[in-house]
Design a protein around this ligand. Sequence first.
Ligand SMILES: [Ca+2]
Length: 362
Amino acid sequence: MWMVMWRGILLFSPSLHFLLILHLHHPHIHFVSGKRIWSNEVLSCNEVIEAQRGPEGEWMGLRGNITSPDFPHPYPARIQCRVDLKAPPGYRIRLVFTHFHLFHPLNRSNDNCEAMDALTVLDWAGTGTGGTGGRIGRFCGPGIPSSVMSSGSRLTLNFRSITSGTHVTGYKAEYSFVRDFGLSSGRQLDSHPCFFQFNSTIFPSGEICSPNPGGLYPRNTVCHYEFRGHPRQRVRLVFKYFDVEGVAPCSAKSDSDYLQFSTIGTKEDILPRRCGRFAPKVVESEGPDFLLSFRSNDKYDGLGFAAKYQFVWRKDREKDKGVLRPRSLPASEASEGKENPIITLSAILVFWRLPSLLLMPL
Ligand SMILES: [Ca+2]
C-alpha cells in the first residue's frame, strides 16, 4: 500500500526498498522535515539557473543567490540537490560564498568531505554537455570556502546531506555571470577574452590581480596585462601576495600555472616564469612596453596574485646606459624611492675613514 503525504506529499511504501525522488524546478523550495523514514530514502531536487534575454536583447538575471534547502533554517537529512548555472556565451560564472555551515561530527572544515555532508562544485568547460565536469572543490563542515570562477559558461553545485542538526544552516552563495573576470583596473580589450591594457597617461598607477581576485583563479584561463608608457618610463610591480600553483621551471611540462614577463611584440621572456608561492617582491620592466601574462591549466588552483603597479621614470644615468636589463629587487627597494640605510651608512663610514686610510704606511 502507498500513502501520499509530502507538502502535502509523502510517499510511503511497505517495502524497505523505498525511494522518493522529487524533481523541483523552482528556486524557492521549502522542504519539510528531513527526518529519515527508511534507511535508503533519498530526496532529490534539481534547479537550472540561466540568464534570459530581455525585451531589447539585453541579458537579464546575471546575478542572484543560491542556498541550501530551507536556508537559513537547518537543511533536511538525506537529500541531494543539484544546481546547474548556465551563463551566456563569453561569460564566466563567479560564485562567492556568504554563509557555510554543514554538519561535521568533529566540526572541522573540509576534513574527510567524502563521507560527510558536502557541497561539490563542478566545472564543465571543454567537456560538452554530456561530458564529466572537473571538480573544482568539495567543501564540508563549518567555514566559508574561497570564491570560485568557472573556466567556461557552465558550473554545477551538488549538495548532499547525510545528517542534519539544529545548528547546521547550510550554505548561501552569490552567483554572477561576468565578462570582466572580476577585474576592475585598466581597460579591457575585445581582442582577447581576458586582455587588460594600462596606458601610463590614463592609468599611471594602480593594482592588478589574477582573475577572480580574492578567490581561486579559474582553470584553462589566459589573461594578459599590457602596459604602455612614455619612452623614458618603465613599469614597477610590487607584489602583495603570490600563490600560483606549479613547480619550477613553471612550464607546461611540469603541469604548472605561471606568470610570464615579456616585452610587447616579442615572444621572449625577459624574466624567468614565476609559479609557486614565492615571487620576488619587486619586478621592473626593461622598458615602457611591458606584457604580463597569466596562464592556468586544467587542474589544481591557487589564490593567484595581486600587485601594485606604477610607471616610473628612468634616471638619467640609467638612460645613458642604453637598454636596461630587467631585475628583481629586494623588498627594501620597493620603497618608493627611499635610500637603502645600510648602503648609506657604509658610504659615510668610508668617507669618514678615508683620510686615515690614505695616511697609512704601505
Ligand atoms: Ca593549475
